[in-house]
Design a protein around this ligand. Structure first.
Ligand SMILES: Nc1nc2c(CCc3ccccc3)c3nc[nH]c3cc2c(=O)[nH]1
Length: 376
């Protein structure tokens, strides 16, 4: 995998770049729609390409391992063949999902034992096993097996957790570098910086991760309930240590405002469940601001959802009709709202790329943030 820097903003740490994988190009900064169980919920692949103009989507090792399972995925020739997404895919390693989904998990040096949230069956994830699992899934970018340190937590716990994540990273690298891709194309492994919100631990973790000299690096342990200011301070500190010629992936972030702020701090890759999760509850991100479509005020508003954004989602139906669909819990409501939010998020990062390339990003960010975060 190759990362080429294009423009760097003279007034901030923002930069644009090109990430090349065996499944195609990714322009950065980029937003990566989350496709947990091998599908971006309520959105067709065709729409992801044609309307959202998504360049890379995410999958989840935890979910895919439990369902449809490795046997089916391997017989299909990997996730790209199984779900028909021929562009790049990134999978998370499963640690975070075990932490957030399975309430019966035990963390030991060897790995994490847990019970499936689907049928209660017992399983074990180790650094080695999740490397083997991600080899079978076949994502172009795979994540190291880490512990996403809960927030808040004591210094002692944060340090022990970080140190175990570092030992697990070494085991991941040994296993990954000792095995091959199964389907004839290259995969790459990104390590993840932890250390909670402790300055000295974040410094140690960023240095340890940078030393591994991998194709890209991720910042974990954020978007777990910490105040935005703490997130920004941590990003600034870690990005000063991570190599500038490799992509930086901020896991789980965030609102449009968080994303623009993190781009200014030098982040290149983002993922977040908010666009699709909020869509299903009727919270729409539009070029005019945030709309809660269930609100009475849209009952007889027959204007398009987002005329300025355009595209299918922005112009296909009226606000009144989408409000009706969401209130009636019609599947089409979730589909249209998800399409709108993802189209908006990809539009936002495309605009950011253009402003960085023209050196106008900081001014544009200030105006855009004010406009985007207003609730209509
Ligand atoms: N491995 C890992 N994942 C995280 C995610 C999931 C991102 C993800 C990747 C791919 C698919 C879905 C989700 C986080 N989401 C919010 N905060 C997060 C922190 C971490 C973290 O520290 N480590």
């Amino acid at each position: 995998m190759q990362f080429t820097l294009q423009a760097t903003d003279p007034h901030s740490k923002a930069r644009t770049g090109l990430l090349t994988t065996d499944h195609g190009l990714i322009e950065t900064p980029i937003f990566m729609p989350v496709g947990t169980a091998g599908t971006v919920k309520a959105v067709h692949q065709r729409e992801l390409v044609a309307d959202v103009k998504a360049e890379i989507i995410l999958g989840n090792t935890y979910h895919l391992y439990l369902r449809p399972g490795l046997d089916t995925l391997e017989k299909a020739g990997g996730l790209h063949r199984f779900n028909g997404w021929e562009r790049p895919i990134l999978t998370d390693s499963g640690g975070y999902q075990v932490y957030s989904l399975s309430n019966t998990r035990k963390i030991k040096e060897e790995g994490v034992t847990f019970k499936s949230h689907i049928d209660g069956s017992k399983h074990v994830f180790t650094p080695e096993s999740v490397m083997d699992i991600q080899r079978i899934i076949g994502a172009d970018i795979i994540m190291a097996f880490d512990e996403c340190t809960p927030y808040p937590c004591e210094y002692g716990y944060a340090r022990a957790s970080m140190e175990m994540t570092h030992r697990w990273l070494t085991r991941c690298i040994d296993r990954f570098d000792a095995t091959e891709g199964k389907y004839g194309y290259q995969q790459t492994l990104f390590p993840i910086v932890q250390g909670s919100t402790y300055k000295d631990l974040r410094q140690q973790s960023a240095e340890f991760v940078a030393e591994q000299q991998r194709d890209g690096n991720a910042i974990g342990g954020l978007a777990v309930g910490e105040p935005a200011e703490e997130m920004y301070t941590t990003i600034e500190q870690v990005n000063a240590i991570l190599p500038s010629d490799k992509p930086r992936y901020l896991m789980g972030v965030g609102t449009p405002e968080n994303i623009l702020e993190a781009i200014a701090l030098g982040i290149d890759m983002f993922d977040c469940v908010m666009p699709t999760r909020n869509a299903r509850h009727g919270v729409l991100y539009t070029t005019q601001g945030i709309i809660n479509i269930k609100n009475e005020r849209w009952k007889d508003d027959f204007s398009p959802i987002d005329a300025e954004l355009g595209g299918y989602a922005g112009t296909c139906y009226s606000k009144a009709y989408l409000r009706h669909l969401i209130k009636s819990e019609e599947i089409l409501g979730a589909q249209i709202a998800s399409l709108q939010n993802l189209t908006f998020y990809l539009w936002l990062v495309k605009e950011a790329r253009q402003e960085i390339n023209t050196g106008n990003f900081v001014k544009w960010k200030a105006n855009m943030t004010k406009k985007l975060m207003q609730r209509l």
